[in-house]
Write a protein that binds this ligand. Structure first.
Ligand code: SF4
Length: 335
């Protein structure tokens, strides 16, 4: 408890996030004291971010057939995972999906494609869909297109893409166990380019892939150096056919501890519930929103289904948490 009181003073009064050293005793805190950690994470979230929760929806605009070998991913062409592969959807279809997300209550919409990085043709398709969404909805447009060149990052930024998602996935020390076709440093470099070219960076990872607690702390520290405004927390949903297809699910309280820990590492940033929460947290999903999480992906994920958006929106109502409004950057004129 003394450690928690010291951390509370440091984060809430001093405005300073926790260090890796300070995180280690929090990992060792007995489950009986987890509610104290959860309560502190919630106070920090409300103090710096307020009560509102950001609601985002995403579309897998191009699914499957990816040449990379990320061990958790059913979209890799190297694994025999049973998914519906499709090329980039027509812009009209992406726009229709964005409009229905907006009607459901989302203020952010993310276009995601399964590639190592975009080629010219794919980038043009993304830019066409982005322009249509910006013209016909009030959604903030985010993209996740893999590894970028500087010119590509600049083009996306100048086209009004507010935020770019590129997850680091896991700690640098564990990354080679998960991916062999590209390096952690290549991912980090795209994260840097995104910010240098004027987009907000969204970068997080997946938990439950066999990484240790120390590696989760390492990961949080490495991520912080890249300056993301948003950190998506995914919990592994082991997909058939992938090398991680047989991994056990994370225990729910372990996932809650991860949420709280990341809030203390990122007091002012958006910490988003992403894939796997329904499966891993089950009845404890609301608890994560009281443990530092302040954003949700609603609807379906890339290759797995989420629960009904209405259930998530009711959960926010039940918790008395309003939905955040969008914040489209004013500097980029509409097409
Ligand atoms: S995570 Fe992305 S880069 Fe890796 S295999 Fe899946 S789609 Fe490809």
């Amino acid at each position: 408890m003394t450690h928690l009181r010291d951390i509370e003073a440091q984060v809430l009064e001093g405005g300073e996030a926790i260090t890796a050293e300070q995180a280690l005793p929090l990992i060792a805190l007995p489950d009986a004291e987890l509610p104290d950690l959860v309560a502190l994470a919630h106070r920090v979230r409300v103090h710096y971010c307020g009560e509102a929760v950001e609601v985002e929806s995403l579309i897998s605009a191009k699914t499957g057939g990816c040449p990379e070998d990320c061990a958790f991913c059913s979209q890799s062409a190297r694994f025999p995972s049973p998914i519906q592969v499709h090329p980039f959807l027509p812009a009209k279809q992406v726009l229709a999906s964005a409009k229905s997300s907006e009607e459901l209550g989302a203020t952010q919409f993310c276009i995601v494609v399964a590639v190592r990085g975009p080629d010219r043709a794919l980038l043009d398709q993304v830019l066409e869909a982005t322009a249509a969404i910006r013209r016909e909805t009030s959604l903030d447009v985010h993209c996740s297109l893999g590894i970028l060149t500087r010119d590509q990052a600049r083009e996306l930024s100048q086209s009004g893409v507010a935020r770019y998602n590129h997850n680091l996935e896991t700690a640098r020390s564990y990354f080679p166990q998960i991916v062999s076709t590209h390096t952690w440093e290549e991912r980090a470099e795209t994260c840097r380019l995104v910010r240098e070219e004027g987009m907000e960076l969204c970068s997080g990872g997946i938990f439950g892939m066999g990484e240790s607690w120390q590696q989760r702390v390492e990961f949080a520290s490495e991520l912080r150096e890249l300056g993301p405004v948003e950190i998506p927390l995914n919990f592994l949903n082991p997909r058939p056919g992938t090398p991680l297809g047989d991994r056990p699910l994370l225990p729910p309280l372990e996932a809650i501890r991860i949420c709280a820990l990341f809030r203390l590492f990122f007091p002012r940033e958006t910490v988003r519930y992403s894939g796997g929460r329904e499966l891993v947290l089950r009845d404890l999903q609301a608890l994560g929103l009281l443990a530092g999480v302040n954003a949700l992906v609603i609807g379906n994920y890339l290759t797995t289904t989420g629960r009904a958006p209405e259930d998530d929106l009711r959960m926010l109502d039940d918790l008395g948490m309003p939905r955040a409004q969008g914040h489209r950057p004013a500097s980029v004129p509409l097409p």
